[in-house]
Write a protein that binds this ligand. Structure first.
Ligand SMILES: [Zn+2]
Length: 727
């Protein structure tokens, strides 16, 4: 479910290794291959997989740390099977497997069902998408193996439907490096540790964690890294870290580490485009500064640089501050808020355009701005917008000329072109994944490839994350799957331009060329990106004009080195010493946790006003808001219908029980702020609003707040009731 006003139910996104297909035969198979479906008929573990499974099979709580693509899921099958078989007649084990991401969850459910149902064990799964009609308690009682998204267990423990973790005999955490801070994994382990350290007599389950990288946090030395890893072990109550040590050669034959190549490229030397846009930004900032004495101060910050992510952050903060600005004179407040909304939105778009022109062609940036100003004209188009549009149009011809001038070609693209030429010349069947920073850059680079006759051998596809950004809504899961299928099927696409989907558990098929185009991440992400280039002879290029990016990547490689060093030192430690260390950390952390114990947030039952986020016009009361299918919010009553206008949706769509029909906007003539959509739901035509479009005002105190997501907004949620609609 994507798009305006529709929010994915509160599934948190964390760093994620791609789900693995069990590579059991000599030839690695693609997930779409038939051979994968015959998993059970070809169960022959490799030696390194047996090595990894051994400590867990001896009953030890273990973290299994092994590279992406080596078949860790299969190792967990081995452990699980051994565990279930180890019970004497008359006793039964119960296994729970946690997966953070829906695609991983789906894949695990399939793999476990296929494997274990044949052996006579029952397998069931519960994810955020399926909780509605099932009793979690019933499933846990009646099945041998349960696949869960962790938040579900946290909820069941919190509301008491599951009294204790003692119901399980084995818990497996996929991507276990996430067990920190307030992640649901850690919340589960807090329960476990309270139980253990409180010396409750009930038995606790064995704990297994799977990861490609335990990470080192901010560690700069091996000692600090060892402490970081000990903390993770303490969080999971682990006494053994299993890595491949006896069968390294065999592992290296399966998991190939692509060669990493750093390419420092040059930026443009002169940049007229940038100077013109920067001038427009300075003028817009000046106009904004003069709107209000009080808010003008926000614009007096020194040393901010146009065209940076930092500027983006700053302007978003200013934008938010302006939305909740209050005055005694409500009409004046409305005027000021609306005008500043426009200035800050324009500044964001100009900043986006500079980011695009830095990494792609000037004309892409210019087209981006032209599309924005076209939309502005189509909407309310009040006096302020007309002024801003005029300022832009005065420069338009000059901008067009600059962007058409061949001498302004982006030297970074020239480098990218050379790499692609060379690699496809050497190996015409090359499959490439090109990672870029933003969604707008994905579109710009796709266009650049398609319009460049010398790159006609490339057939680009795109893949973007599911999250919503300021620039665009994300791709839905089915759309992601479709894009990947087209990439896998030979002939359709041979280059995939992607944003950071690495975090979403998407299984990217084999590719032999990974290009990180001005793209950098942390050490866990780096190991995962490398895992994507699974095919032999694969290469990974890091292309950047910024020496810092190369330094940062080298720092990541250094972190990986100290991580490996730390693990082997810890493995050499005496067993007692290690257990004592872990126990000490657990006691310390529990002490801290207990002393900071905060009461559960209670929903705020006070009725509140929702005001238009742009012009502050009254929209509705929270008491009129109803929740539809858990994650969508509508407003009851005839009065609300007067407060918005609708326009047919440019992309009408049907998903689940919803049919998206129109977009809705603030009814105030010179505002027309985007409020959400209008849908057909069952037999009803209802508006669905997004909270980010509104400001929440407390009726008693008059205090104003804003929320980007419904789930962050504490108020009494009332379920949608069809009976109420007929009243
Ligand atoms: Zn409005």
């Amino acid at each position: 479910v994507e798009d305006d006003g529709m929010e994915i139910s509160s599934i948190q996104i964390f760093i994620q290794e791609e789900p693995e297909c069990q590579v059991l035969s000599q030839n690695p198979c693609l997930p779409s291959d038939e051979s994968c479906n015959n998993l059970h008929s070809s169960l022959k573990p490799r030696n390194y997989q047996l090595e990894l499974a051994l400590p867990a099979q001896k009953g030890k709580n273990t973290i299994i740390c092994a590279p992406t693509g080596c078949g860790k899921t299969f190792v967990s099958l081995l452990i699980c099977e051994h565990h279930l078989r180890s019970f004497p007649h008359g006793q039964k084990g119960k296994v729970v497997f946690f997966a953070n991401q829906i695609p991983v969850y789906e894949q695990q459910e399939t793999v476990f069902s296929r494997h274990f149902e044949r052996l006579g064990y029952s397998v069931a799964g519960v994810s955020g998408a399926t909780t509605e009609n099932v009793s979690v308690q019933h499933i846990i009682e009646n099945y041998d193996i349960i696949i869960l998204t962790p938040q579900i267990l946290v909820n069941s423990l919190n509301n008491g439907t599951i009294p204790s973790l003692s119901v399980f005999t084995l818990m497996i955490f996929d991507e276990c490096h996430n067990t920190s801070k307030n992640h649901p994994y850690n919340q589960i382990m807090f329960r476990y540790l309270d139980h253990k350290l409180g010396q409750s007599p009930d038995p606790l389950p064995q704990v297994i964690g799977l990861t490609a990288s335990v990470g080192v946090g901010d560690a700069k030395t091996v000692d600090e890294a060892m402490l970081h890893i000990c903390k993770l072990c303490a969080a999971l109550d682990v006494s053994v870290i299993a890595t491949v040590r006896d069968n390294v050669e065999e592992l290296e034959q399966v998991v190939y580490k692509p060669q990493k190549i750093f390419r420092k490229v040059e930026s443009r030397t002169t940049n007229t485009f940038k100077s013109i846009i920067s001038q427009l930004m300075r003028e817009t900032e000046k106009l904004a500064k003069n709107v209000s004495e009080e808010l003008g101060k926000l614009f007096q910050i020194q040393n901010r640089e146009f065209g940076t992510q930092k500027y983006e952050q700053w302007i978003v903060d200013v934008h938010k501050a302006c939305m909740v600005f209050q005055m005694a004179d409500k009409e004046e407040e409305s005027r000021i808020c609306r005008v500043l909304f426009l200035y800050t939105s324009h500044l964001r778009k100009y900043n986006d355009a500079l980011i695009i022109s830095e990494d792609a062609q000037m004309k892409d940036a210019l087209n981006y701005l032209k599309a924005f100003f076209h939309d502005v004209r189509e909407a309310a188009f009040d006096e302020t917008e007309q002024d801003l549009t005029r300022n832009f149009e005065e420069k338009l011809e000059e901008l067009e000329n600059v962007s058409m001038d061949p001498s302004n070609e982006n030297p970074k693209l020239r480098d990218l072109y050379l790499i692609l030429q060379e690699e496809y010349h050497l190996k015409p069947e090359t499959k490439t994944i090109l990672f870029v920073k933003t969604r707008a850059l994905v579109d710009a680079l796709k266009k650049w490839i398609e319009e460049n006759p010398a790159l006609s051998f490339l057939k680009p596809g795109i893949l973007t994350g599911r999250g919503k950004t300021n620039q665009a809504t994300g791709m839905t899961l089915p759309a992601q799957k479709y894009a990947l299928e087209a990439f896998r099927a030979s002939g359709d696409n041979n280059i995939l331009i992607a944003t950071s989907v690495a975090d979403e558990g998407i299984d990217i098929a084999q590719c032999n060329l990974v290009i990180l185009y001005e793209y950098v991440g942390n050490v866990i992400k780096m190991i995962q990106t490398r895992g994507r280039g699974r095919a032999r002879d694969s290469k990974c290029f890091l292309l950047t004009s910024n020496a810092d990016v190369i330094e940062k990547e080298k720092a990541n490689m250094f972190k990986e080195k100290i991580m490996n060093e730390s693990i082997s030192r810890l493995q050499a430690w005496d067993k007692i010493k290690f257990e004592e260390k872990v126990h000490h950390i657990q006691m310390q952390e529990k002490l801290i946790r207990d002393s900071q114990h905060k009461p559960q947030p209670v929903p705020d039952k006070e009725n509140k006003k929702l005001l238009c986020g742009k012009c502050k016009a009254f929209a509705c009361y929270t008491a009129d808001v109803r929740v539809v299918e858990k994650s969508h919010y509508t407003v009851l009553g005839e009065a609300f219908k007067e407060r918005f206008v609708s326009k047919p949706h440019p992309k009408p769509k049907i998903y689940d029980s919803f049919e998206k029909k129109a977009k809705i906007f603030c009814a105030i003539q010179n505002c027309r702020h985007d409020w959400g959509i209008h849908v057909k739901y069952k037999t009803f035509e209802i508006p669905v609003i997004k909270i980010e479009s509104f400001v929440v005002e407390d009726i008693a105190s008059g205090a104003q707040n804003r929320h980007s997501k419904w789930k962050d907004f504490r108020f009494e949620r009332i379920q949608f009731d069809p009976a109420e609609m007929s009243n």
